[in-house]
Design a protein around this ligand. Structure first.
Ligand code: GLN
Length: 486
């Protein structure tokens, strides 16, 4: 029986009833990755280790975790001990980390098996996967379309049914937007819920790891394992982690969902609007009440993010100097020349653009005008959310203003076009609150995503509302036609 497109819950049942062994499951999953190599989901495979671990699991009769023997893919931004970690950049193309990121370690300790590292936008900067040094990932639904980004390899690997779930990171939308464009479910947790230790930093005050899966139930399974306090990450939250599966089936009647007045949905593609209206109706039938709320500063989210994220990235990426690790240019005259050539040759254009913008925003004389100002606006946006959550339980928006687009059709002349992809996702990163994207139908044969935003630490409410939606709809069951998709 094929394991393609199966969820974690389904694979667990197959493993428990001995329909399949963990080793067979791994072989199948690795075989699917090979079969769909043209999607370019993976940068590095972990075949030998994966098969070894799966065989060891088969020998151990006692299964204590629902993740035991489940194949997963990890975004190539999580350090993995002994396994190449590139961030899809030339500058790290030979980097083999000496340790494993806490988020991945937690998942592996729960018994899951890493089959490989997924392709992404270089250093997670992008929304289309077109900035990867290893070439773009193709959208399984239509191969000449982008999968979204930056966690595009993870999203495509799940959408193509190669693995039931994968990890991603979300600084401004990089879990939710590719999940939306590939027709799967993706959750960005509260900032601090999952340790950032061992994640290669892009913008440290915004980066957050989370799961991508076929269902919200599977996202809950991954989040249960990934979450928790980590003394190695100073921003990790020292707070109890609930069991995210416990209340996932609770009825949602009476739930109050806010629609953000400042997001003018009437400007969107009419079919995207139509999907949104239909989903509202589904939630109304399930007992939700919709309320219009105002977040007066939310329209400043994109410029605020594009001041803060590049500033932090310019600082974080200064460690890639060609001396300590990573790519080193040859034939250099002196140390300065070595720095300049290694960085000029090692980084791609978008990364360089961000470093330049960030260095400028942090420089003396501009710091107050850009970085400090952006931090002040960020505070206002956070307060807007706090205010909104006094009268609603969740907020709802489309995940993205549009569905996936063709390679090369956006942002090539004007990068801001691509930056606007994250119009609806960025604000939750600025506020540090959780948000989920779930599939809610097709627009011109491509998936559209619905975003739910939750209050601080309320991933349980998001997963509950998303799960009830999925129990009452079948959009998450739609599969791409991988043989036929052009
Ligand atoms: N698309 C956004 C950017 O390019 C967000 C990326 C992310 O969340 N990592 O910065």
């Amino acid at each position: 029986m094929s394991i393609q497109f199966k969820t974690i819950v389904e694979l667990r049942a197959m493993l428990d009833s001995k329909q399949i062994s963990a080793a067979e499951l791994m072989q199948e999953s690795l075989g699917l990755a090979k079969k769909h190599e043209e999607l370019n989901c993976f940068v590095t495979m972990n075949e030998e280790q994966a098969l070894k671990k799966a065989s060891a699991i088969d020998l151990n009769e006692k299964t204590t975790s629902n993740l035991s023997g489940i194949p997963l893919a990890q975004k190539d931004l999580f350090c993995t001990e002994g396994l190449r970690t590139t961030c899809s950049s030339k500058i790290l193309s030979n980097f083999i980390p000496p340790y494993t990121a806490t988020a991945v370690k937690n998942l592996e300790d729960a018994g899951s098996v890493t089959i490989g590292k997924t392709n992404m936008d270089e250093f997670a900067m992008g929304s289309s996967n077109e900035t990867s040094f290893f070439g773009s990932v193709h959208n399984p639904w239509k191969k000449e379309y982008v999968p979204g980004g930056s966690s595009g390899g993870s999203a495509a690997a799940v959408a193509a049914g190669i693995v039931p779930a994968a990890t991603g990171t979300d600084t401004g939308g990089s879990i939710r937007q590719p999940a939306a464009h590939c027709g799967i479910t993706g959750l960005k947790p509260t900032y601090g819920r999952v340790s950032r230790w061992g994640m290669i930093a892009f913008a440290s005050s915004l980066d957050q790891a989370g799961p991508l899966a076929r269902t919200s139930e599977d996202c809950a399974i991954l989040l249960n394992a990934m979450s928790g306090f980590d003394s190695k990450d100073t921003t990790s939250l020292n707070t109890e982690v609930p069991d995210f599966l416990e209340n996932i089936n609770n009825p949602i009647n009476g739930i109050r969902i806010g629609i953000i007045k400042e997001f003018n949905l009437a400007d969107l593609d009419s079919q995207v609007q139509e999907r949104f209206e239909e989903s509202k109706k589904t939630y109304e039938k399930l007992g939700a009440r919709f309320v219009e709320v105002s977040l007066p500063n939310i329209s400043a989210s994109v410029p605020t993010y594009y001041s803060i994220a590049p500033a932090e990235c310019s600082s974080n990426l200064s460690r890639f100097d060609g001396v300590r690790f990573g790519y080193r240019a040859e034939n250099t005259d002196d140390l300065n020349d070595l720095y300049i050539k290694s960085r000029s040759e090692g980084f791609g254009d978008e990364v360089k653009r961000r470093i330049l913008i960030g260095t400028y925003a942090l420089s003396a004389g501009y710091y107050d005008a850009y970085y400090k100002k952006a931090q002040q606006v960020r505070r206002l946006i956070k307060e807007d959310f706090e205010h909104a959550f006094e009268s609603v339980d969740l907020l709802m928006t489309p995940t993205s203003p549009n569905t996936a687009f063709k390679f090369g059709s956006k942002g090539t002349q004007n990068p801001v076009e691509l930056y606007l992809e994250d119009l609806f996702t960025i604000s939750s990163n600025l506020a540090g609150i959780p948000a989920i994207s779930i599939p809610h139908g097709l627009v011109n044969s491509l998936p559209a995503g619905l975003q739910l935003i939750g209050n601080f630490l309320r991933e349980d409410q998001l997963l509950n509302a998303a799960h009830i939606f999925q129990k009452n709809s079948d959009f998450h069951l739609l599969k791409p036609d991988l043989e036929g998709s052009q």
